[in-house]
Design a protein. Structure first.
Length: 332
């Protein structure tokens, strides 16, 4: 069986968030295609406090190259997918290396200036949206770019989709306690709209501690490190899914929300251009609260149009076909 190394940070493999979900989905697709996706990560990292000067993740990655290279050589791996820019220098050691970015040097993101030098030496990439493909070409001159979305799990949609369980006043948000994700806005919205039942879902247990700095309104319920099964079950009960992040490379929960027939409120930033269906509404800090309330007041409980769009654009079958085509060329 052909081996492909998937290099991610230790914390990305540990948390119940996008990178880990992507890794497990890619491994399953690999098995179906006869390819062994081998997880590789440093056993140490500089700090979990990636927002402190001197502790940025990319700097931490640089001191971990020896560990990553040892693992790749031990496994006799020649093809590598790496998900963070700090490991861009792998293409000095492996001619068959490709970047699949979970972050991107955009001014909306913390540390984007520090990421930019790493992107100067990227020569091949897989990205999740046409927007990112355009950005890779215009900002960094990288033209060997394949677009493959991170597909959602259709079986979970079939298992949990039940319009009769939708709560008319329930709003759901998924994110992290990071400035870029704007959890403060969700708390402010809840404070101003006590009639709404607001669920905030965080990808890791570590946010239990960080969220203690906020005054949490009585109508907000915090959830941490839910499984995918739990996320879909909870999402089914919400009428509105709201994202207020500044930037996303893909926005996996938004595609899952579409697949579950949620009415979606999202940022107007062009990186969300792929979230474009009948009942997905773009806004900003000036009108988000009103948009969320309008969505909650809609006479429809679910959007079958959003669901159909998601099935066509982002299903796991779309992801599987994308990687089948990519691997056919890359591994031959």
């Amino acid at each position: 069986m052909k081996k492909v190394g998937l290099v991610m940070r230790k914390i990305q493999f540990a948390e119940a968030q996008g990178p880990r979900i992507f890794a497990e989905r890619l491994k399953q697709i690999g098995l179906e295609l006869g390819i062994d996706i081998v997880f590789v990560s440093p056993e140490r990292h500089v700090s979990s406090h990636d927002w402190l000067p001197g502790y940025e993740h990319e700097k931490g990655d640089l001191v971990n190259y020896d560990i990553v290279l040892d693992q790749l050589h031990e496994q006799q791996i020649e093809h590598v997918i790496y998900t963070v820019s700090g490991f861009t220098y792998l293409n000095m050691f492996f001619k068959n290396s490709v970047l699949f970015p979970h972050s991107f040097p955009d001014p909306a993101l913390t540390g984007y200036e520090m990421m930019k030098p790493f992107y100067q030496i990227v020569d091949k990439a897989i990205v999740q949206t046409a927007f990112l493909k355009q950005e890779m070409a215009s900002k960094f001159g990288v033209t060997d770019v394949t677009v493959i979305p991170i597909g959602f799990n259709e079986r979970l949609v079939e298992k949990h989709f039940d319009p009769s369980q939708v709560m008319e006043n329930r709003v759901m948000w998924i994110g992290r306690d990071e400035e870029n994700r704007r959890p403060d806005l969700v708390l402010e919205y809840a404070q101003l709209n006590p009639d709404k039942d607001v669920y905030m879902v965080f990808g890791g247990e570590r946010y239990k501690e960080s969220m203690k700095k906020y005054d949490i309104p009585d109508n907000v319920k915090l959830q941490f490190a839910l499984t995918q099964d739990e996320v879909f079950a909870l999402m089914n009960t919400a009428k509105v899914y709201w994202s207020c992040s500044k930037f996303d490379t893909f926005a996996m929960p938004l595609t899952e929300a579409l697949a579950m027939g949620k009415i979606v409120v999202k940022p107007e930033h062009p990186c969300y251009g792929h979230i474009s269906s009948t009942h997905s509404f773009s806004g900003n800090e000036k009108n988000w609260f009103e948009l969320v309330n309008m969505a909650a007041a809609s006479p429809r409980r679910v959007s079958l149009e959003n669901q159909a769009y998601a099935m066509e654009q982002f299903s796991s079958q779309v992801m599987k076909q994308g990687y089948r085509d990519f691997f056919d060329g890359w591994l031959s």
